[in-house]
Design a protein around this ligand. Structure first.
Ligand code: ZN
Length: 425
């Protein structure tokens, strides 16, 4: 997610497509307000170098598209002229929904970044076939979108976060081993049950969470950052020089399937000895609390947080076997972390999902093994830190990419047009 102000389009005498120029300047104006906060028209003109009349016209269009609003506060720009402030609108927003093996997480926020809805419910994805999952996902989307509207925010789009390989362009989940999904056209399927004007995107959960971390997280703005999410599976998002690394087909970041133990345990992907068989939540639970391991459930499956809480309770009681099991998982976390450090030289590895909740117990052994295994001496400068975005980081990142798309191309947003305003294009 771009958090830096980008250069705008060229000068007005550039003999290029006027529509593209207009779009770029609308985006530039919106981004300027997003980064700098409410600004007067005069201040925007002074900071961007655009003519005041152009800024006025751009602001009029953004007002008609309901992407900004006027606020009473007077702000002085560098030109020293006070004017009515133009602020991002809290009336439009976006939704992110993460589907995972054992939960659904939803996040709704408005254009200003304010969280409007945030919740997580346990969800047994493995116990449902794909069609049933998609029905339930559609209903969860409908409920969340309706709730956002009830709270006065018009949703422009929705992103579904999935733990697997995603063809982002087509909105198809190519493979999600832990869900048992292959070639599932999630975007098309969801579109049948939702407003046809709604933007629907599908992306990898860890990629979205990495973008959320880079934008709002504990290490926000750190240009070389690796995000790891510990769920039943383990996902990763790699940010290099401020940009998410996607790879030729968009499938990078499948760190959970790094082969770390030849001949090791069978993984959900069909291979053996993958990293997530050593550090995934199922493995932690199997080692630390074997009496309540995955697959032994008698009734409804426990929420992942309940499983982690049980591990924490036993740690607090001083259970040495549990402490040893957690330290062993931490050791393997450092093992895979060292591979990532050797490859990408990140400044920080942000731990999300269950890793964050157990961070105090995992990081000491992880950091020690990282220091031992990373080749470069500068590896000592890469630290594990716990995310504070919680289990909804991916959903939050999902809402964030819709907001980013609105800012990238404000002309794509058409919400109840205001007929009294002529839109110059
Ligand atoms: Zn695997």
């Amino acid at each position: 997610m771009a958090s830096k102000e980008r250069a705008g389009a060229g000068s007005v005498d550039e003999p290029t497509d006027q529509l593209a120029l207009r779009r770029a300047n609308l985006s530039r104006t919106l981004r300027h307000i997003r980064i700098n906060g409410p600004r007067s028209r005069a201040a925007i003109a002074a900071a961007t170098g655009l003519h005041k009349a152009t800024v006025s016209s751009l602001v009029d269009e953004l007002l008609s598209r309901r992407l900004v609003r006027e606020i009473g506060t007077e702000h002085s720009g560098s030109a020293g002229r006070p004017g009515r402030g133009i602020a991002l609108s809290p009336d439009v927003g976006a939704v992110g929904i993460e589907i995972n093996v054992d939960y659904l997480a939803v996040h709704g926020s408005d254009l200003t970044g304010r969280t409007v809805i945030e919740k997580r419910v346990s969800f047994d994805a493995k116990g449902r076939d794909v069609e049933r999952c998609l029905d339930d996902l559609t209903q969860a989307a409908q409920r969340t979108l309706a709730e956002l509207v009830r709270r006065g925010v018009t949703p422009v789009g929705l992103t579904v976060a999935v733990p697997g390989l995603v063809d982002v362009g087509r909105g198809v989940v190519v493979l999600a081993p832990n869900l048992g999904w292959r070639d599932v056209p999630v975007a098309t399927r969801l579109a049948h049950g939702l407003d046809p004007d709604l933007w629907i995107m599908v992306d990898n959960d860890a990629n979205l969470a990495a973008q959320a971390e880079y934008t709002w997280g504990v290490a926000a703005g750190t240009d070389d950052l690796v995000y790891l999410t510990g769920e039943v599976g383990v996902g990763g998002g790699v940010i290099v020089n401020g940009r998410l690394l996607r790879g030729a087909d968009g499938f990078s970041g499948e760190v959970g399937h790094l082969p770390v133990e030849p001949g090791g345990s069978k993984c959900g992907c069909g291979r053996t000895g993958c990293w997530e068989t050593k550090v995934g939540l199922a493995e932690l639970v199997r080692r630390a609390t074997p009496d309540v391991a995955y697959g032994l459930e008698q009734g409804p499956i426990p929420d992942p947080e309940e499983r982690v809480a049980e591990v924490l309770r036993r740690l607090a009681r001083g259970d040495k076997a549990v402490a040893a099991a957690v330290a062993e998982v931490g050791h393997w976390l450092g093992h895979g972390g060292a591979i990532l450090v050797n490859l990408f030289n990140p400044r920080v590895i942000v731990l999300g999902g269950y890793f964050a909740e157990l961070a105090d117990h995992l990081i000491p052994s992880a950091q020690a093994n990282l220091a031992r295994m990373a080749v470069a001496s500068t590896a000592a400068r890469c630290h594990f830190v716990a995310s504070h975005l919680g289990f909804t980081a991916a959903a939050r990142g999902g809402a964030g990419v819709i907001v980013e798309r609105m800012i990238e191309d404000p002309t794509a947003v058409s919400l109840a047009p205001a007929p009294t305003l002529a839109v110059a294009r």
